[in-house]
Ligand binder design. Structure first.
Ligand code: HEC
Ligand code: HEC
Ligand code: HEC
Ligand code: HEC
Ligand code: HEC
Ligand code: HEC
Ligand code: HEC
Length: 328
């Protein structure tokens, strides 16, 4: 009991201040990291496409009428310039992935049947990208419910928007932002029936109702990702990709709220690996979010034990002195 109190005090006095002062470095103002300064070698080339696909309206010359016509670009066809130039594929030209026949307007009809490359076509067995383990991700994806149920319509691109995707958890200095980013990937379909419907004839699934059993659902969805509960942990990759059938989703509170929390091998994996190198095992959990039941720390245990031994030592010495005194 006293030990717990001791540990709690130590958390409050030593760890919280460092958590507060160690607030996130401001990437916006760091020119080395500010991708808005990125200058694409294809900037001009891409403007040929962005002049129509970069905003909600576009105009073209209608040769029959002999004048400029303004029209609406449907939101699904709009590509935000800023986000494109911050994405992982910012150095690409639009026509690296798309046929150069798209420079013609109206676009030739047969382009709709265009075959797109998949991630593995470019990234498979490439030393430069070895750390991501694309081959293992591909394997996991093929075992996921999405591929199993919707092989034809689904692809990596459905979760990794070709024009805006940017790796997050690997570079994250703000876990909450990453959680939001990652969850929005899933919610793009699971909270938007028009997208879901494109792939499945199933009735709409109400996500909030399906997770009624989870207390403080809103707070949980801000603190954990969908994939924590819906994928199988895989130690060889940073982000597990095998989405399991719903019967196997994590429902037990103990899976997270316990000392060997599954979060250590999922959400906190990258950070915990780095921190483990400093010999500070549960640092992330203590600093970034206080997961009830999981916040035990090797150092704190040791310090607690030392304090206990010191107190016991003082008592033993005290008693021995009294005994010696009495004998005299
Ligand atoms: C003059 C305006 C205009 C320009 C310039 C333009 N597009 Fe489009 N694009 C459209 C419109 C309108 C649509 C939706 C109607 C359609 O599919 O033709 C579209 C649709 C598309 C589609 C989706 C086709 C599908 O399968 O539904 C792709 C991909 C595309 N454009 C790529 C490009 C690329 C790449 C460029 C630059 C090389 C480009 N566009 C330049 C107006 C334009
Ligand atoms: C890394 C490859 C890649 C690059 C670069 C790329 N695209 Fe795409 N684009 C794709 C893929 C793949 C799809 C089909 C997405 C899907 O199947 O969900 C697509 C789809 C589209 C669509 C159809 C609407 C949509 O979002 O599904 C438009 C319009 C489009 N691209 C325009 C562009 C323009 C304009 C550029 C340059 C600014 C560009 N693309 C650059 C791969 C790329
Ligand atoms: C047409 C080939 C091509 C396709 C298809 C492609 N990529 Fe890439 N990707 C590249 C190249 C080339 C780079 C390096 C770009 C650079 O350095 O500017 C890259 C960069 C990346 C990076 C950044 C790597 C780093 O070290 O920062 C990630 C992550 C990535 N791609 C993921 C994907 C994913 C996920 C898919 C599929 C959804 C995909 N890529 C599809 C060619 C491709
Ligand atoms: C059901 C959605 C989904 C599908 C399908 C999907 N991914 Fe992912 N992927 C994610 C999420 C979520 C992340 C975490 C994003 C982040 O924080 O960087 C991720 C991350 C990644 C990363 C970065 C991992 C790292 O080590 O930093 C790569 C690479 C990747 N995916 C490749 C793929 C490839 C290749 C495919 C297809 C074979 C694919 N993904 C299909 C959801 C998906
Ligand atoms: C704490 C764990 C947990 C988290 C976090 C979580 N889920 Fe679930 N999810 C479950 C469990 C358990 C079920 C099954 C509930 C039941 O038995 O009715 C479920 C059910 C579902 C279903 C219903 C499938 C069906 O056909 O009935 C979908 C879809 C789903 N979740 C998607 C998501 C998405 C998207 C997120 C992120 C926004 C998410 N989940 C976050 C545990 C979780
Ligand atoms: C492009 C749309 C799309 C995205 C993005 C997407 N899903 Fe799904 N998901 C579906 C569809 C469609 C189904 C229904 C498949 C079926 O049963 O036919 C489904 C089914 C599921 C199921 C239920 C499986 C079962 O056993 O019935 C779960 C769980 C799930 N998705 C989780 C996720 C998670 C977690 C993410 C994000 C990492 C995600 N999904 C991203 C479209 C999507
Ligand atoms: C996938 C991991 C995971 C699972 C499963 C999970 N939790 Fe949590 N829970 C968390 C995390 C992470 C937090 C930290 C919240 C924070 O920092 O605000 C949390 C916070 C909480 C809180 C504090 C609520 C708040 O508003 O901050 C309660 C209470 C709680 N969980 C109860 C439960 C119960 C009961 C279950 C089982 C029905 C459960 N949790 C299942 C990860 C999980």
């Amino acid at each position: 009991m006293t030990l717990t109190v001791y540990r709690f005090c130590l958390v409050v006095f030593f760890l919280l201040p460092s958590g507060i002062s160690g607030s996130e470095p401001d990437h916006e103002t760091d020119p080395a990291k500010d991708s808005s300064l990125y200058q694409s070698p294809f900037f001009e080339d891409n403007e040929r496409c962005f002049k129509c696909h970069g905003q909600n309206t576009y105009s073209y010359t209608n040769e029959n009428l002999g004048r400029e016509v303004k029209a609406i670009m449907f939101s699904e066809r709009v590509i935000p310039r800023g986000k494109f130039y911050e994405s992982n594929h910012k150095s690409f030209s639009c026509t690296d992935c798309h046929s150069s026949d798209y420079t013609k307007f109206p676009h030739p009809g047969e382009l709709r049947m265009e075959q797109m490359y998949n991630c593995i076509d470019c990234h498979g067995n490439d030393e430069k990208f070895a750390k991501f383990h694309f081959e293992e991700i591909e394997k996991e994806y093929q075992e996921s419910v999405h591929y199993q149920y919707e092989e034809v319509g689904f692809s990596c691109w459905k979760c990794h928007d070709p024009h805006t995707y940017k790796i997050s958890i690997r570079n994250s200095s703000n876990l909450k932002e990453t959680i939001l980013y990652d969850n929005n990937i899933c919610l793009n379909c699971h909270a938007d029936y028009s997208h879901f419907q494109l792939l499945s004839d199933k009735k709409e699934i109400n996500i909030v109702a399906k997770h009624d059993w989870l207390p403080n659902q809103e707070s949980h969805f801000k603190s954990v990702r969908c994939i924590e509960c819906h994928t199988k942990v895989n130690d060889s990759i940073l982000v597990a990709h095998r989405v399991k059938p719903v019967e196997y989703a994590v429902k037990g509170c103990n899976e997270c709220h316990s000392q060997n929390s599954l979060l250590m091998s999922s959400l906190y994996k990258f950070q915990s690996r780095e921190q483990r190198a400093d010999g500070f095992l549960n640092g992330v959990i203590l600093n970034q979010s206080y997961v009830i039941g999981a916040n035990r720390n090797e150092y704190l245990n040791l310090i607690g034990l030392l304090i206990f031994l010191a107190v016991a030592g003082v008592i033993v010495i005290h008693i021995s002195f009294r005994i010696i005194k009495k004998r005299k």
